[in-house]
Design a protein around this ligand. Structure first.
Ligand code: AMP
Ligand code: MG
Length: 403
């Protein structure tokens, strides 16, 4: 096993993680996806001059002094289509979002007015044009509204919807298959036989993938025999864009993933990384399909998912690197290193007074899933560093389980 460094492994994986095209998305299904085409405004914003406040529409030329009395002419509500003409010496009651009636050029907020029966007294006037949202003052129809590559969030969806557009072109989600391997694995609802353990990786990994967006996740369990592994991988290679296996990729007699992938024509790009936890990690490619072989050890598997699979999936889905970069934080307690591997210490990442701090968790052994479950970051202790002292600056990879 020739070990690849963390940096080289990540670089190589991202070089090969390419998108699988685009598709039209209904707006209500587009959250979390990435725009595959720019959005051009279909309407002016605002579409028509309208009132910014609840108050009174007036003519600036009528306000010769403050206070001044005007005649109450009537009302204009939001959504009203037939508008009265504002006569000289008069005011129209107007509400937020209502169209500015012809003849009016300013709005006085109601806090600056007193009104009773047929008269309105304007106590303070803020000038010609005040409190009017002018048509087209934000953008005009035909103008570029949103650039290609932007992440689609609820405000983005709202902006697109406000232009009367009901679907968008988005980057396609990759189809993912997850396969757990091991004769010891049992489904989580079954009574365990002697020597069995629950297949916790299957559900943890499929949940992690689904949370990023891909819906067409197929999961399966393979026994440690050549036929079962070959058959499972062959079907997965037909159906999925990305295959994630758990277990069976180390150097034991039952580690059948590598030889099976080789038989199926998958090009091995990485096998073994100088990373702790996570040494027996595999990455290969067939055409545009990516295959990630994660160690069966639950902590190693999920750490490798965070460090390598998540960035690849996000990049394939059109997200930029910002979605998976480390944060610089101050260590609050010493972190242990390894002479020959980059250590990713499970840690608590916190933001205190605007500064990120990181505190290594107690349960650092790679069989201790509780240490990972209780953490929200991975402190990168560079290969060769024996220990990083408390107070040092470190890179921390946030453990993000959503995009
Ligand atoms: P392997 O990588 O197959 O040698 O497995 C390493 C360790 O992880 C062993 O202790 C396995 O029992 C355990 N393991 C493998 N697969 C799973 C799984 N799907 N869920 C939980 N533990 C697993
Ligand atoms: Mg195994």
């Amino acid at each position: 096993m020739r070990l690849t460094t963390f940096e080289d492994a990540r670089k190589k994986i991202l070089e090969h993680a390419q998108g699988h095209g685009t598709e039209t998305l209904f707006l209500h299904k587009a959250n979390g996806r990435v725009l595959a085409a720019e959005i051009v405004a279909q309407l002016d914003s605002p579409r028509f001059d309208n009132s910014e406040v609840d108050g009174f529409a007036v003519k600036a030329s009528d306000i010769s002094s403050e206070p001044i009395q005007l005649k109450m002419q009537g009302s204009v509500f939001a959504g009203q289509s037939e508008l009265p003409y504002l006569e000289e010496g008069s005011a129209l009651r107007i509400f937020t979002g209502a169209p500015i009636p012809p003849g009016a050029d300013s709005v006085v907020m109601q806090e600056d007015c007193e009104w009773k029966d047929e008269t309105v007294t304007i106590r303070r006037f803020e000038g010609d044009g005040s409190h009017i949202r002018k048509s087209g003052s934000e953008y005009l129809a035909g103008q570029l509204l949103l650039a290609k590559g932007m992440a689609i969030t609820p405000p983005v969806i709202g902006l697109i919807a406000s232009n009367g557009v009901s679907d968008v072109l988005g980057v396609k989600l990759p189809k993912v298959t997850i396969l757990s391997t091991g004769n010891e694995l049992a489904p989580i609802r079954k009574q365990l036989e002697p020597g069995q353990i629950y297949d916790s990786n299957g559900i943890a990994l499929s949940t992690a993938v689904r949370a990023l967006g891909p819906e067409m996740v197929v999961t399966g369990r393979l026994r440690d025999d050549e036929e079962s592994v070959l058959d499972g991988l062959e079907k997965a290679l037909e159906a999925a864009d990305v295959i994630i296996t758990s277990g069976g990729v180390s150097v034991g007699d039952h580690d059948l993933i590598r030889p099976a992938l080789k038989k199926l024509g998958v090009e091995e790009l990485i096998w073994g990384i100088s990373v702790r936890p996570g040494k027996p990690f595999y990455f290969g490619k067939k055409g545009k399909k990516l295959i990630f072989g994660l160690p069966g050890n639950p902590v190693s598997g999920l750490v490798c998912f965070q460090l390598f699979v998540r960035p690849a999936l996000l990049q394939m889905m059109g997200h930029d690197e910002g979605a998976f970069q480390p944060i610089s934080a101050t260590l609050e307690s010493a972190a242990q290193g390894d002479p020959s591997r980059t250590v990713f210490a499970r840690a608590n990442l916190d933001l205190k007074n605007g500064v990120y701090t990181a505190f290594p968790a107690d349960a650092q052994e790679s069989y201790m899933s509780s240490g990972l479950a209780g953490s929200n970051g991975l402190i990168a202790v560079p290969c060769g560093a024996a220990e990083i002292a408390s107070g040092s600056k470190v890179d921390v990879y946030p453990l993000k389980w959503t995009p």
